[in-house]
Design a binder for this molecule. Structure first.
Ligand SMILES: [Zn+2]
Length: 109
């Protein structure tokens, strides 16, 4: 899909790949939902110290609001992993498109 090529150009995240892209209608509004998956073999980064560590588990899928396209709200859908960090303990991974508990992507904010 062309949209995926555009996303890879403007919003490429090392360690992550874009999955399926869906145009959905919710409450008579169109939304674009873009799945993100970890790249195969990539290790999650600890959100505290930034070092990679072994994966601990995977949380429920979260939605991150991205920049609207042609006025259509865009959401990234991603299931955050937790890292078993040797230094900090079990922490949520660091993802490049959002900070902390913020639900807006950093590009949009
Ligand atoms: Zn750490």
């Amino acid at each position: 899909m062309l949209l995926k090529s555009i996303l890879n150009r403007i919003q490429f995240h090392h360690g992550f790949v874009f999955g399926s892209i869906r145009l959905v209608e919710k409450a008579a509004r169109l939304l674009l939902e873009i799945e993100i998956r970890p790249r195969k073999g990539s290790r999650p980064l600890c959100s505290v110290c930034g070092n990679p560590g072994p994966g601990y588990d995977t949380l429920k899928v979260r939605r991150f609001e991205f920049v609207p396209l042609w006025g259509i709200p865009v959401f990234f859908l991603y299931a955050m992993r937790r890292v078993d960090c040797p230094r900090c303990g079990i922490k949520v991974e660091r993802v490049p498109w959002a900070e902390g508990k913020n639900h807006l992507t950093t590009t949009y904010a």
